[in-house]
Structures are given as structure tokens and as C-alpha cells.
Design a protein around this ligand. Structure first.
Ligand code: IMP
Ligand code: MG
Length: 174
């Protein structure tokens, strides 16, 4: 895709190599027991499918729909569950798979919500982390890349539902 507003920040080869490392690390951290990846729609589904295939053990997947952002670049601050899980998390090791931790509002809310479902453990895997932007405390155990405070698109991340299908993570400048 050639778009003058896009500049590649993280090329796809680097993303794929990092996901393979994360898959190996998560596999080693959970050698036994039932492991669930909870994918936060829609952005994280691109990361989820590659991460699940980088795993060296069986992993179950389920999806949760959360809406925080409107059509622009800033959060409305309001978190809404638009699609809940199909499965019970009781007694399972859970890894929430998210595209990016920005203000932390979404994941802070979600951690509290899912903890009430009595999983054995719960951790976060995020492809990207913008630590400068944090408003609520969130600790991601597995992070692909820490990035500066820039608005990025691609590899699942969108601007007004566009650009999700880019292979690379790009900075969007208009
Ligand atoms: P938080 O609740 O502010 O941490 O925001 C999390 C959600 O905001 C992510 O799941 C993304 O959907 C969206 N988001 C945050 N930063 C960006 C960005 O740079 N590009 C695209 N979406 C973003
Ligand atoms: Mg999202």
C-alpha cells in the first residue's frame, strides 16, 4: 500500500520475529495446565493469530469486544463490553491479548472484570506499549515493542476503521 501519510515504524519482519520470541517465552512460562488467550476485538486479532501459532503448546482462544475509542484518535474514556466471552475462565491460566496499551483505561477495567471470574492467573500480552500516555496502572507481562507517543496504525491498529490490514506498524501523519 503506498500512502504518503504513512511511515513505517516497525517493519513486518521485526514484528514476526518478536512474536516468535514472545510465543517461546509464554510457552516456557506455562508448561502445563489449561491456557486461554483472550483476544480484545478488533485490533488484537492480527496479533493473536500469529502469537497463538508461535506457541509451542496447546492454547485455547476466545474473543471479547470492548469499545473505548470513537472514530478519532483520542479515547472517550468510557469502556463498554460489546461482546462477552463464550467460555468460563474459572481455574484457567489467562493471557489477555491486546494490540496496544495506551492510557491503560481499557486494560485496567478488563483486568478487574476478568479477575471476578476466578481464573487461576491472569496476565497481559500487548504488541505495543506507549508508557508515556498512562492514566491508569497496567502491567503487561509480555510486550512486543515500547513506542513513543505517536499515533500508529497497521497490524490490527486502525484510524476510523482504516489501515488494520497493513503488515507493518506505521505512523500516521496528516
Ligand atoms: P487505552 O484504553 O487508552 O489503553 O486504549 C486502548 C485502545 O486504544 C487500543 O486497544 C486501541 O484500540 C486504541 N489505541 C490506542 N493508541 C492507539 C494508536 O496509536 N493507534 C490506534 N489505536 C490506538
Ligand atoms: Mg483495541
Amino acid at each position: 500500500m503506498t500512502d504518503p501519510n504513512l511511515k513505517v515504524l516497525i517493519p513486518s519482519e521485526k514484528i514476526q520475529a518478536r512474536i516468535r520470541e514472545l510465543g517461546a517465552q509464554i510457552s516456557a512460562d506455562y508448561p502445563t495446565g489449561s491456557l486461554y488467550f483472550i483476544c480484545i476485538l478488533k485490533g488484537a486479532c492480527f496479533f493473536l493469530t500469529d502469537l497463538a501459532r508461535a506457541m509451542q503448546r496447546d492454547v485455547s482462544v476466545d474473543f471479547m469486544g470492548i469499545s473505548t475509542y470513537g472514530k478519532g484518535k483520542s479515547s472517550s474514556g468510557e469502556v463498554r463490553v460489546t461482546k462477552d466471552l463464550d467460555i468460563s475462565l474459572e481455574g484457567a491460566d489467562v493471557v489477555i491479548v491486546e494490540d496496544i496499551v495506551d492510557s491503560g483505561v481499557t486494560l485496567n477495567y478488563l483486568m478487574h472484570l476478568l479477575e471476578q471470574r476466578r481464573p487461576k492467573s491472569i496476565r497481559i500480552a500487548a504488541l505495543l506499549d506507549k508508557p508515556e500516555r498512562r492514566l491508569r496502572p497496567v502491567h503487561a507481562s509480555y510486550v512486543g515493542f515500547q513506542i513513543a507517543d505517536r499515533f500508529v496504525v497497521g497490524f490490527g491498529l486502525d484510524y476510523a476503521e482504516k489501515y488494520r490490514n497493513l503488515d507493518d506498524v506505521c505512523v500516521l501523519d496528516e
